[in-house]
Design a protein around this ligand. Structure first.
Ligand code: ADP
Ligand code: MG
Length: 407
């Protein structure tokens, strides 16, 4: 990436404020997926081994500026301790006298995890005083939180006005991998897009129509496109208010000569339930009392056949309700197909929290060119938007190096 990274600076003996994205899904205090913690390890270990004192900070969930015991970072500290093989100490607050006391005890090679940044409303408000106080904890700022880079918050943007700022290794990997999709990707470049709704992904869909030669639609969002073409879809999730947008995108695809593929068959069920029985029907004969819960085998075959020509594939959004095994065929089939294409030399990039969870479930996350830890951030990046957290690292005053000289 164009910004400096931790490799470009001397960190020995320095206090480093490391903003990571340790925002992991929790179920009753238990971490259900530790991908983001593991993805943050290379930078943490690199800094510690090079003799830095690391002040590690992250947000967790949406506490909305108030202390919320269910969103404390304690489970993250515990998991991090296991992974690092050493006890990770943490503070009871992201800022305040307790932090100063804990900091003063640290030596080079030590690590301290701050409590959830978002317990302070000032974090999301990008409050300048809060940013300055965070900066006061360290000599150097490292941003490794790609998943939070689409937000201009105190710990992702404001702090860079006070400290020399560089990218961590994960940030670098994410930006480099996603940039490859924006800058002359090997063609044909095809996108597979699914997930629940059109509404959250309008902009990325529009962007992909300008960049790709084919866009293959699955998941709940395909229903809205199918409805726009006049299909009756029983009790399926259809966003009535997005039918107009879907229609517009269908005609935009025609105008741009981009192949926009929709399912020809579907797996249907009476409801979304662990024990719901499913069957496969043609898309033109979805029973009135059933809903579409996955793409059907004929669709999967048509999609993979078309994708076999692609040299670059981006995938976001599951093809169905992959959380239920009987509704996961499309998603799992797509994941296995992409892993095979990767082995054949195709660039395969996957983004989106649930799509990545599906890959993890199958143990296929390592069998892709790149699996992004950033859901919203990866989509905004592909839309061509500049991410505040990344821009902040590229700004000239953020590039003052640790010796105080201008880069
Ligand atoms: P990602 O996090 O990968 O971007 P989304 O959050 O957009 O994906 O969508 C994921 C959700 O979409 C999953 O919880 C999945 O169950 C749901 N989903 C997929 N297909 C359908 C469908 N046909 N009907 C209802 N929900 C669906
Ligand atoms: Mg999601």
């Amino acid at each position: 990436m164009d910004a400096k990274t931790i490799r470009d600076v001397d960190v020995s003996g320095k206090r480093v404020f490391l903003r990571a994205d340790l925002n992991v899904p929790l179920d009753d205090g238990r971490i259900t997926d530790d991908t983001r913690i593991r993805a943050s390890l290379p930078t943490i270990v690199n800094l510690l081994e090079r003799g830095a004192t690391v002040v590690l900070a992250s947000h967790l969930g949406r506490p909305k500026g108030k202390v919320n015991d269910a969103l404390r970072l304690r489970p993250v500290a515990d998991r991090l301790s296991q992974l690092l093989g050493r006890q990770v100490r943490m503070t009871g607050d992201a800022l305040g006298p307790g932090v100063k006391v804990a900091l003063d005890k640290l030596r080079p090679g030590d690590l301290l995890l701050l409590e959830n940044l978002r317990f302070h409303a000032a974090e999301e408000a990008n409050d300048p005083d809060f940013a300055a106080s965070l900066a006061g904890l360290a000599d150097l700022y490292v941003n490794d939180a790609f998943g939070a880079a689409h937000r201009a918050h105190a710990s992702t943007e404001g702090i860079t006005h006070h400290l020399p700022a560089v990218a961590g290794l994960l940030m670098e990997r994410e930006v480099d991998a996603l940039s490859r999709l924006l800058k002359r990707p090997a063609r044909p470049f095809h996108a597979v897009i699914g997930g629940a709704k059109v509404s959250g992904k309008l902009e990325v869909l529009t962007a992909l129509l300008s960049r790709c030669q084919a866009v293959l639609v699955g998941g709940g969002m395909a229903n809205t496109f199918l409805a726009a073409k006049g299909h009756e879809l029983g009790t399926s999730l259809v966003e009535e208010d997005q039918i107009g947008n879907a229609r517009r995108m269908l005609s935009e695809a025609r105008r741009k000569r981009v192949r926009l593929m929709l399912p020809s068959d579907a797996v249907v069920a009476p409801q979304i339930h662990q024990r719901a029985s499913t069957r496969t029907v043609s898309i033109s004969s979805v029973p009135k009392d059933q809903m579409v819960v996955d793409i059907g085998p004929e669709t999967l075959a048509a999609y993979t056949e078309h994708l076999a020509r692609a040299r670059t594939i981006f995938w976001n959004g599951p093809m169905g309700v992959f959380e239920m095994p009987q509704m996961a065929g499309g998603t799992n089939g797509m994941a296995r197909f992409l892993a095979k294409r990767f082995r054949a030399g195709v660039v395969t990039v996957v983004g989106g929290g649930d799509s990545v969870a599906a890959l993890e479930q199958l143990g296929l996350a390592a069998r892709m060119t790149h699996v992004s830890t950033g859901g919203g951030a990866s989509l905004e990046f592909l839309e061509g938007k500049s991410l505040p957290g990344v821009t902040a690292l590229l700004r000239a005053d953020a590039a003052i190096d640790v010796t105080g000289e201008k880069a």
